[in-house]
Ligand binder design. Structure first.
Ligand SMILES: CC(C)(COP(=O)(O)OP(=O)(O)OC[C@H]1O[C@@H](n2cnc3c(N)ncnc32)[C@H](O)[C@@H]1OP(=O)(O)O)[C@@H](O)C(=O)NCCC(=O)NCCS
Length: 194
């Protein structure tokens, strides 16, 4: 595990084995940050483990002095055949056409998950996780989906330059409206106010 320090929070890239070992802790943060019902963690565990096997997968963790997880972000190279890729492709083809679908989906990194423990939010950990995760990613673009109207996540994504790709989009089997946001890589450096 390589690690750097930022104040009292340590950031570290997790290997697949480290991610597996921390999965229950990571899913606890996910469930509390997203306010999902009990049972969600057990449901998501196999999916997160499958994600970790995908090409280009990388994960960054935020840890405190006792090595407790405060937050994490992960993602991987998006590609044809992945459920999320095909869902977004369907939306782009329906609404924006072939050119937009090829441009956005030709070479991108999917920012799949980013979550910070609720009592640690609002102190810059989320932005740090996002920047560290995307640092050195060699894809041309980054894409993510987020439920419409989750204000803290929205503010973070806008602050680092994510633009609308699709709004009010419905994934198969989910009644919530989502936004797909994206931007080119690399990210711009943080503004001085950060
Ligand atoms: C979205 C999320 C990952 C962002 O993480 P975070 O650590 O709260 O994000 P940041 O601290 O970087 O930015 C959030 C706020 O802190 C402020 N901030 C940033 N750096 C700061 C610093 N050094 N000191 C004080 N405040 C700071 C930002 O201005 C921002 O202000 P806001 O409170 O008006 O939103 C986190 O809030 C979260 O887990 N939310 C619930 C789950 C979720 O929505 N995940 C994404 C689903 S797509």
């Amino acid at each position: 595990m390589t690690a750097t320090s930022s104040g009292y929070t340590r950031f570290a890239r997790l290997s697949q084995a480290e991610f597996r070992a921390r999965l229950p802790e990571a899913l606890d943060i996910y469930v509390s940050a997203m306010r999902y019902p009990d049972g969600t963690a057990e449901q998501r565990a196999p999916m997160w483990l499958t994600h970790a096997l995908r090409e280009g997968w990388r994960c960054v963790a935020a840890l405190d002095e006792e090595d407790t997880l405060l937050g994490l972000a992960y993602g991987y190279r998006g590609s044809v055949g992945q459920w999320w890729h095909e869902q977004v492709r369907r939306g782009l083809l329906q609404r924006e056409g072939q050119e937009a679908a090829s441009r956005w989906l030709g070479d991108y990194f999917e920012l799949t998950e980013i979550h910070v423990r609720p009592d640690q939010q609002g102190a810059g950990i989320g932005e740090d996780l996002l920047r560290r995760l995307l640092d050195g990613v060699d894809n041309a673009r980054v894409l993510l989906s987020t439920p419409e109207g989750t204000s803290r996540a929205w503010k973070l994504y806008r602050r680092v330059g994510f633009a609308d790709v699709l709004r009010d989009y419905y994934f198969a089997g989910d009644p919530r409206a989502f936004a797909i946001l994206g931007r080119t890589l690399p990210l711009d450096p943080p503004t001085p106010s950060n």
